[in-house]
Design a binder for this molecule. Sequence first.
Ligand code: IFM
Length: 476
Amino acid sequence: MSSEGMTAAPGPGSVGDVLRFPDGFAWGAATASYQIEGAVHEGGRSPSIWDTFAHTPGKVQNGDTGDVADDHYHRYREDVGLLADLGVTHYRFSLAWPRLQPGGRGGLNHDGVDFYSRLVDELLGRGIQPWVTLYHWDLPQVLEDSGGWPVRDTAERFAEYAAAVHDRLSDRIRHWTTLNEPWCSAFLGYANGHHAPGRTEPGAALAAAHHLMLGHGLAVQAMRSQDASSTLGITLNLYPVDPASDAPADADAARRVDAVSNRIFLDPLLRGRYPEDLRRDVAEISNMAFVAGGDEKVINAPLDVLGVNYYTRHVVRASGARQPTSTRASAWVGSADVQSVDRGLPKTEMGWEIDPQGLYDVLERVQREYGPIPLYITENGAAFADELGPDGTVADPQRVAYLDDHFRVARRAIDDGIDLRGYFVWTLIDNFEWAWGFSKRFGLVYVDYETQRRIPKDSARWFAGVTRRNGLATAV
Ligand code: IFM
């Protein structure tokens, strides 16, 4: 057996060898419906909040929309071929609620079910396991018109939608994620307004966060009762939040941001109660009366896996000039006075500092404070200013270095006993990066938006080597 086939894992840093991941480790790539599908008027799909938002002047860079995006709706077979070339074992994608249940309630739309059914069959035919997310931000506009996530009924609607879809597709889909990054849905959507639906109402954002959590819990209950063998989870975007100095005010700023970014989700999900300090921090904005008796128990429904999306670390300080929080459009509700500190580290095109150790810190914290629970990195990746070269290739050494560094950290976490089971790269192909439109390229595969031609970047070939070896070569 070659060294690449060995099951005993050499220690990190072994020379002339391969740093292997455990047998059965899941390697994947991730996408989301509105970012890639296009075909917004086809197959009976109704408008989502992102259609409305993107078509509102000034909301998205260059006036870009997801109307066509990567035209994945029509090119899904080609895209599954790209996944097969990467050698991934899993593909994480999201289901568009307005495609499956255009009215936001009631029966499912046949054409929507048919599209995802064909996609799933194509994946399974190539030996790739589908890993679906039920909600990656594209709320049917009709539900926003009835109040959106700040109203309790939306949680009920989500559970109904989840149960109906799970009932139809769980024969072939084993991995179900309820929500992707509820922090973004709640706080970018309803607090600072950078995302759809673009509202700037801090109290409504807190209610949205709770109803997202409640919808998650109700959906888990419903899916579990339909088929106890489905693997159920949720994906959170987690950040280490560190104080910029030893000053007590900075420590308190870090505590507050951690509460309203990380613990607001981790605590009810995994401990069955919201943090007391969070309730105090937001008291001037909301008494959180929307949390009804029994809700936290529902949210605490047992999970099979926790998905972690990791991009960077926040280092924060208290500005000292505390503003009336209820009038500020800050995503950190109750902490509008807190500022991020630039540490001068290299950044991606998103302006996010590159900090692989933060990935370790997030995983270690979850396991230490909330575990044990099987963990998957459901997103990690980077945008860089990729260009198609005259020779027809896309050289992206920065992305290769970024991923290599983060994969090594993940491997170290496994060595240290963290129950990490898989890693999904964000993202398969360049796509609609929300308020940034098509200006940010995160893909392993370059997309020429004029022609929809897909061109695997150097990082795609590199990643295919990782999946083939189930490990990293010691030299990048
Ligand atoms: O593109 C997004 C994705 O939809 C959710 N997580 C972060 C990615 C990069 O911003």
